[in-house]
Design a protein around this ligand. Sequence first.
Ligand code: NAI
Length: 467
Amino acid sequence: MTAGNDAFDLIVLGAGSGGYACALRAAQLGLRVALVERAELGGTCLHRGCIPTKALLHVAEVADTAREAESVGVRATLAGVDLAGVHAYKDRVVGRLYQGLQGLVSGAEKITFVQGDGRLAAPDAVEVATADGPLRLTAPSVVLATGSRARTLPGLDIGGRILTSDEALRLETLPDRVVVLGGGVIGVEFASVFRSFGAHVTVVEALDRLVAAEDPAVSTALARAFRRRGIDVRTGARLAGATQDADGVTVTVESGDPLRADLLLVAVGRGPVTQGLGYEEAGVAVERGFVLADERCRTNVPGVRAVGDIVPGLQLAHRGFAQGIFVAEDLAGLHPTPLDESGIPRVTYCDPEIASVGLTEAQARERYGEVTTYEYHLGGNGKSQILGTTGFVKLVRRGGANQTGPVVGLHMVGARMGEQVGEAQLIYGWEALPEEVAALVHAHPTQNESLGEAHLALAGKPLHAHA
Ligand code: NAI
């Protein structure tokens, strides 16, 4: 069966965040879209990533709240975490969003959803193995949006007691001891969940700090907070091997004693899904598995674009959405402005939360030479004291102490600090001067006030802080 040249303006291969956003926006703009997906509409973010993991992190917060209830005078105790109930809640959340998304796509007249395994057959053609047989779709534009999957290491086969985040989302029994391999974003989020669920957790990270993409001050604060929570943080620890038996898994690191656990969670990064999909055969430039694309998401092959986790850069759903929307608008002739990747906000939802936008101090020094920094500690923030959290807001400003310049990096650690990232992103995106932000009245008492206080201090007029 073929769907000929006049059927579609655009084929989107992969219906995750990047792909479905592109399809929806393109359809809004009047383009006829074929959206091809082999698994479920919504992709990693909805089914195996952002949404289910943040549901688990919410459960973790509820468990911790019950645990801490007595300390604020509420008579309650944590009797335990019932995983069946946790999964039912998580699946309800995912199910509601999935239903909504299915409704959006099926309601979009210009989108044809094609279920099946797709493959780039030519720069203007995608072949799909559907349940009803092969289908060849053609269109002048193709958007590759096939996403990423959990990586593992050579000799570390996933199965049994050795899992990735995919399997960790479907555990049937609570582990007593967990080793988390990798102290990146997935590693610290799952370490946080397992700890809140009552497990003994060890994080094994090869680099000398957790969340190494963040400013080092963030890594230090997180490691300290994790240790206070009883999480065993081992940095500078490279995995030597892991073996499993009926009772558990033994994890050996290059230095130190072997670790024994019920489970080993492998969180050493996510690799692009680009192999065996016809990309290279069609002439698309692929490097270390990633599809190379310019700022307009164009590959080297005319007519073929790429968005989301297959393109080198931040592997974040909101980057995928933004790229997908950009491509749709570009194809529709709206001449959108390419995405400023440096302004993409980052939030890691462990306890304490991490949120950041822009450059770390070291990156800013490298780019601008002289910079000024200020760290405002949450000890002076009323709402933080109410919530019982510690942490800080660190600002990185361009220019020396006696100059003024815009804030080029904002780094935050503390309970619920992810919710502050919206203002942080405006400050960064609008190249705000500390004096301008300091002139804004921040609501009291909020966590958000800490952003205001940090800017007041940087502008030389601290209120609840030292200059
Ligand atoms: P990652 O790249 O953030 O972290 C992987 C960590 O594993 C690194 O710190 C690395 O040094 C360590 N590692 C690698 N090999 C090792 C070894 N042999 N021994 C010990 N440590 C080793 O990757 P992660 O955490 O798997 O996340 C994948 C992607 O998913 C990231 O790009 C992340 O941005 C995204 N993601 C984002 C979330 C968010 O925005 N909240 C949540 C979850 C994932």
